[in-house]
Structures are given as structure tokens and as C-alpha cells.
Design a binder for this molecule. Structure first.
Ligand SMILES: *Cc1c(COP(=O)(O)O)cnc(C)c1O
Length: 356
């Protein structure tokens, strides 16, 4: 391309999501989806999709789903903002709240989308190095800034920050918006949601993609005080009013209504995670104590790349990042017990064969 318009093209280095392979026999442990189906009521919605659900524009206020989420978490519907996955919600938050000349702050090892949105929206940013144990150091976030965001538990480490440390960060930054990305909070750690009443600068973001088994439906939400939710809506309605489709709104509301199914599913995954930690340690892996639905593992004898390739050849997909501080690590999503057994068998087999 050589025309003059080239200089006017927005230059972005896009986020690269994990592979979405599709083999009938695959064991997919690479993008932190739930191995279990969504609540049974969701299936019902999908089978009874009325003509009107298809023909009419959806409710731009997403009232039914916002109400369901508000009921679940004991907040008012005007404290909830729902979007097309938490990626959509987070991007809208960056656009709405991060407009300072000062840099926003987030960890060096964290969700790979943060620097991409910052670049995309031309928001200055600074990363804060996790310590040697891959933990967030709260004092790093006491410097001047234009906003703060971090996941809790952090990704891809799985480490949760104690709520008291999160509160310290919020308290030290009364002039900035602090976003806590709780994509994995249902699997461990303590949610910052109760702090919303106490601090006017806190936004908590969660997703249906992991603990609610609905990554394919694309639902995420933010909970905060009504003032911040109002300005978030102002930005959203200035961009696209109808982001949430009718079916997703109905399916999402049906899913949230089934609290027992949700709790059972999460409990199963947590149980499998704890059992998996024991086996992975026996196999010689080292990893932080994950509070999420994945393990972030490294092996002293085998490179991450080697194990990733070996597993991939057997259609067992795990996440290998391949750069920087995360290069020696694999991020392995917790699957069903059977899926984890297959993973352990493949690893055991490989370790035995490679003994000289
Ligand atoms: C998975 C994930 C998201 C995005 O999830 P959506 O599918 O867009 O809801 C956001 N933040 C973190 C830390 C995640 O791991």
C-alpha cells in the first residue's frame, strides 16, 4: 500500500486469542471454558426461539438480564452494565474511564488484552512487575496514574490478591477508577463487590464465559455505583445500542436464575482442580496455588514448548504463550476428571519414554 490514506489508518497490534481447534476427539484445555454444559434452562430457550425473538430488535437496555444479574448479586439493576462478553465491557470501560494524560497501570504478566485496548484507544500505560512469586505488589499501584486494572485472581497465574490488598489499592487511588476483572472469581478468591457501596471509584467486571459455561453466548457485566454505570451506558449508546441479541439476553437470564446448578458446576471444577494440583506436583510440575479454573505450570526437566507440541499431537490442547516471563509455562484449563486423567496419562507416558 502506498497511497496517502495509509498514514490515516489506525495501527494496531491485535490481541491473539487462544486457538479454537475443532476435532471430534479433542481435549480442549487451552481457553478456560467450562467442560460442563450451561444450566438446563438455557437449552430450553435455544429450542423455543420464537419468531418475535428473531424479528424484533432486542431491548437496548438489556433490562431482563440486568435485573437477573442484579437479583443474583443483591444490587440494583441501575448498578449493572451488560455487554457482549467481558471483553466488550472492559473495552467500553477503557473508552469511558481511561481518558487521563497520566498512564493507566496494570501488571506485566496479566490478561493480554489490556495493552491492546490501551494502544487501540491511545491511552498511555505502564506495567508493574509481578514479584518473583508472580504476585501483584499493592504498593506498586500507589503512584500517580490515570486508572488501574487487574484481574483477581490474576491471569494466567491464577493467584488471588487478598481483599484487604485490593481495598488498599482502591483507598490509595481516590482520584482514579479502579477496575477489578473478576473473570475467575467464582473459582476462588474474594470478590470486591461488597466494596462498591464504600468506594465511588470501583468497578467490578465478571463474565458468563468461564464459571457459567457460556463462552459461546458472549455475556459479561460490570457492577458499580449508578453514576459510573450511567456514563458507561452513555458511551455504549453512542457506539452501538443493540449489542446484546434477544436470544442471549433470554438465555443469560435463564442461566442466572439457576443458582444451584451454577454452584454445583463450580464446586465440581474446584474439586478437580485441587485433585489435579496433587497429580501435577507428583509429575514434577511447579505452579502457583491457583484459585481459578486453570493451572499455570512449569517443569524443571521439560520445556513448555516441547510439552505443548507433544500434547497437541495427541489433540490435547493447552495454552503456550511462548514469550517473556511466561515462556517456561503452560496454562492448563481444568477439564472434567476424565479429561484430566487423559492429560496425566499423556504426560506420564511421555516422561517414561524420555527416560534414558
Ligand atoms: C476470559 C477473560 C476475559 C474475557 O472473557 P469474555 O469471554 O470476553 O467474557 C476477561 N478477562 C480475563 C482476565 C479473562 O481471563
Amino acid at each position: 500500500m502506498s497511497a496517502a490514506f495509509i498514514k490515516n489508518i489506525r495501527k494496531v497490534e491485535p490481541y491473539v486469542p487462544g486457538d479454537q481447534p475443532n476435532f471430534p476427539d479433542m481435549i480442549k484445555l487451552n481457553t478456560n471454558e467450562s467442560p460442563y454444559p450451561p444450566a438446563p434452562a438455557v437449552e430450553q430457550i435455544l429450542h423455543t426461539m420464537s419468531a418475535d425473538l428473531q424479528r424484533l430488535y432486542p431491548d437496548p437496555n438489556v433490562s431482563k438480564l440486568n435485573q437477573a444479574i442484579a437479583d443474583f448479586y443483591g444490587v440494583k439493576p441501575e448498578q449493572v452494565f451488560t455487554g457482549v462478553g467481558s471483553d466488550d465491557v472492559l473495552a467500553m470501560c477503557f473508552l469511558t474511564f481511561f481518558n487521563s494524560e497520566k498512564p493507566i497501570l496494570f501488571p506485566d504478566v496479566t490478561y493480554g488484552f489490556y495493552p491492546v485496548w490501551a494502544e487501540m484507544f491511545r491511552i498511555p500505560y505502564q506495567t508493574k512487575k509481578l514479584n518473583d512469586r508472580f504476585e501483584i505488589v499493592k504498593e506498586d499501584y500507589y503512584t500517580e496514574n490515570g486508572g488501574i486494572i487487574f484481574p483477581n485472581p490474576n491471569a494466567p497465574t491464577g493467584i488471588a490478591l487478598p481483599l484487604s490488598d485490593i481495598e488498599d489499592i482502591i483507598q490509595h487511588n481516590p482520584d482514579s477508577i479502579v477496575i477489578v476483572d473478576e473473570a475467575y472469581i467464582d473459582f476462588g478468591g474474594t470478590s470486591a463487590l461488597p466494596l462498591i457501596e464504600k468506594y465511588d471509584n470501583l468497578i467490578v467486571v465478571q463474565t458468563f464465559s468461564k464459571s457459567r459455561s457460556m463462552a459461546g453466548m458472549r455475556i459479561g457485566f460490570a457492577i458499580s455505583n449508578p453514576n459510573l454505570i450511567r456514563v458507561l451506558n452513555d458511551c455504549k449508546f453512542s457506539f452501538n445500542s443493540y449489542t446484546m441479541n434477544q436470544v442471549t439476553i433470554a438465555a443469560g437470564a435463564a442461566s442466572v436464575a439457576d443458582r444451584a446448578y451454577f454452584q454445583n458446576t463450580v464446586a465440581k471444577i474446584v474439586k478437580t482442580r485441587e485433585a489435579s494440583k496433587k497429580v501435577m506436583a507428583e509429575l514434577g510440575f511447579q505452579f502457583p496455588d491457583s484459585q481459578s479454573n486453570f493451572l499455570f505450570v512449569t517443569h524443571p526437566k521439560y520445556s513448555a514448548k516441547e510439552l505443548y507440541e507433544m500434547l497437541k499431537a495427541q489433540h490435547i490442547f493447552v495454552r503456550y504463550f511462548g514469550t517473556g516471563r511466561t515462556e517456561p509455562y503452560l496454562r492448563i484449563t481444568i477439564g472434567t476428571e476424565e479429561q484430566m486423567e487423559a492429560l496425566f496419562a499423556a504426560l506420564r507416558n511421555y516422561f517414561q519414554q524420555s527416560v534414558v
